[in-house]
Design a protein around this ligand. Sequence first.
Ligand SMILES: NC(=O)N[C@H]1NC(=O)NC1=O
Length: 174
Amino acid sequence: MDISAVNALSYEDFVNTFGNVVEKCPVITAAVWSRRPFVSLNALEAAISDFIDELPESGKEGILRCHPDLAGRDLQRGTLTRESRQEQAGAGMDALTSGETERMARLNEDYKKRFGFPFVICARMNDKANILRQLSERCQNERAVERERGIEEVKKICRLRLQSLLLTDGANKL
Ligand SMILES: NC(=O)N[C@H]1NC(=O)NC1=O
């Protein structure tokens, strides 16, 4: 799907197509629809990024809270979104040893207790070892640093999700 096809989408089709580019935050997609027309994929991505940047700290933390834990309960119960399931599987989160699963769960809980929002990282840009290392290292940061760091990762996830949607046959048919 090229950018002119994106610009021609109705509000409903736009939200149905791009509603989960930021995990469980279709309100962001609904908001940027009014910023059409987009001159390029980059411009659509920039509109999403600007919207996020304009949010107060509580809004940014809210976005982080919409993200499922890596290798967490949703993965175990099969309740992840399609996008998140593919990303987590790609990073090997569905094939951890029981020791790694326990370590991950413990670190995720420590992180949430410290910051009040979950650890977020772009799984498609990292492997298992990297994710575990960063989870443990980032627990040491200040809350404000982690809020911004998590949001940077949300934007990376968003970029890759947008790219996949615009390059797939399914989206081409719209
Ligand atoms: N917690 C967290 O980072 N979750 C995610 N990361 C990613 O790439 N997809 C997710 O759902």
